[in-house]
Design a protein around this ligand. Structure first.
Ligand code: ATP
Length: 468
């Protein structure tokens, strides 16, 4: 395995190559909010599409949904977010940095229970005070923990203009799925077991905003809630755990040694099992996806608070029950960071100059699976000042652009253009040279092997449809 990329290298790379920019950068940025640049937006789109294909397209019993970011505030009261969606924060007495106490304790190998009160977690902090260090100034003196609610309030009033009941920006996408459960059952001809999948923005008042796009205040979730007969919940949960693991290894092509399971030691009271798939980010193994066996908590809670029956009647047995929910939940942004961490490679290779002399050179190459690559094909005229080459290259570019995200590049020499495309992970580069004008063939150069082959222009369509 090569050298692991550092966070600083990745952040600099993302900016330099137009993957990720800090939000409002010309105004000094805005903490924990980031923008996807021209290549980032393509990679994020590919991540969404691959997840959607895996979950919805390849599962006839999973349907999609796009619920709104705004929901009735009653949803967040019922789900427990208004009362309990909070992190325990403590302030460093020296430099006044506020930090999540569960994270501070985690750093020294102590795991707090999610149900703990501020007082209980405070006792735990006091017990380990000698080891708990401020991440900013290194002192070991913290104030007593206080809960900090993560829901982001908006100033959207109700129809009478009152702000008594603030509307929140959703803190997770799955609540939109639970409250549409009945609509989907009544209209989509689904039968238990079935799933509802959704991709969308979520917002959290993350206070210890650090670690780049790993922890954003505006982020995007890809969630699937699978509704099952309570008797089958445990089995279904195991199946989803296996499926989600192989999704990362086989579909996204992440290196298996960079993934591991983490079992939640302290479950929320309604859950019967919770495992995370962790990825080895530049700052170590951290949660990439959560897979939870949530019991009937979500539907029962919304049934109770809304007064609407949220049950399922088995058409064969007429048995009525509240389905249990198996949830898979991952962020677009954390997938993005995992994909980049996995793919970012600096490698040495042997090059041969015009006189046949060999020497060592190095290059940065983003070895992402071709289906994730932001640009699929780059098209170059060998020289920018030879009109015949440029117009032929434009012709090739235009015909390929119907089916693939392509880039036309006539800057610098071909060697420099290859470097640029390697860095952003473009799998294929097509060069139009003087031979093209005689025999209508072009050179295709492969990102990973750097090997080149000649292909006739009329065969390019078939070549790439097999390749991608
Ligand atoms: P953490 O413990 O890291 O705060 P969480 O357990 O609160 O995460 P969930 O509520 O289970 O996370 O959210 C499901 C998924 O959504 C996570 O696995 C992660 O991929 C993504 N996610 C959650 N919070 C953020 C965030 N602030 N920024 C980016 N992605 C996030």
């Amino acid at each position: 395995m090569g050298k692991k990329v550092t966070m600083e290298e990745l952040v600099a790379f993302c900016k330099r190559r137009g993957f990720i920019f800090a939000s409002s950068e010309i105004y000094g940025g805005f903490a924990a909010v980031y923008d996807y640049g021209p290549y980032g937006v393509e990679l994020a789109k590919n991540i969404r599409e691959i997840w959607w294909k895996e979950m919805v397209q390849l599962h006839p019993n999973i349907v999609g949904l796009d619920s709104s970011i705004f929901m009735s505030p009653k949803v967040w009261e019922a789900s427990g977010h208004v009362g309990g969606f909070s992190d325990p924060l403590a302030e460093c007495k020296q430099c006044h940095t506020r930090a999540r106490v569960d994270h501070l304790l985690e750093d020294i190998g102590v795991f707090a229970d999610e149900k703990m009160s501020d007082e209980e977690i405070g006792t735990l902090l006091t017990r380990h005070a000698a080891k708990v260090v401020c991440p900013k100034c290194g002192q070991k003196d913290f104030s007593a923990p206080k809960s900090f609610n993560l829901l982001v309030k908006s100033n959207l009033g109700n129809f009478t203009g009152s702000m008594d009941d603030p509307a929140y920006l959703r803190g997770e996408t799955c609540q939109g799925i639970y409250v549409n459960y009945k609509n989907v059952v009544d209209t989509a001809r689904v039968k238990v077991p079935f799933g509802i999948a959704q991709i969308g923005k979520a917002f959290r008042n993350e206070i210890t905003a650090r670690q780049f796009i790993f922890r954003k205040r505006e982020f995007e979730q890809m969630e699937m809630q699978y509704f099952v007969n309570p008797d089958q919940a445990a089995e279904s949960y195991e199946q989803w755990r296996q499926k989600r693991w192989s999704y990362y290894v086989d579909t996204l092509g992440l290196k298996e040694e960079n993934l591991k399971w983490h079992e939640h030691e302290n479950l929320v009271f309604y859950a019967s099992a919770a495992w995370d798939i962790e990825y080895n980010f530049p700052f170590g193994f951290k949660e990439l996806e959560g897979i939870h066996n949530r019991g009937d908590y979500d539907l029962s809670t919304h049934a109770k608070h809304s007064g609407t029956k949220l049950i399922y009647r088995d058409p064969k047995t007429n048995q009525e029950y509240t389905p249990h929910v198996v949830e898979t939940s991952v962020g677009v942004d954390r997938t993005f960071l995992a994909v980049l961490t996995d793919a970012y490679t600096i490698e040495e290779f042997e090059k041969t100059d015009n006189e046949g002399k060999k020497s060592l050179d190095s290059r940065t190459v983003l070895k992402i699976p071709k289906k994730l690559a932001p640009v699929k094909i780059a098209v170059f005229p060998l020289m920018r000042n030879k009109q015949e080459l440029v117009s032929k290259a434009k012709e090739v570019f235009e015909s390929l652009a119907h089916n693939y995200i392509c880039e036309f590049d006539d800057n610098g020499n071909v060697g420099k253009r290859y470097r640029r495309q390697d860095e952003i992970g473009t799998p294929c580069c097509v060069t139009i040279d003087f031979d093209t004008l005689n025999d209508n063939t072009v050179t295709i150069r492969d990102r990973d092997t750097m090997e080149q082959e000649r292909i006739r222009i009329e065969d390019l369509g078939e070549y790439f449809s097999k390749y991608f």
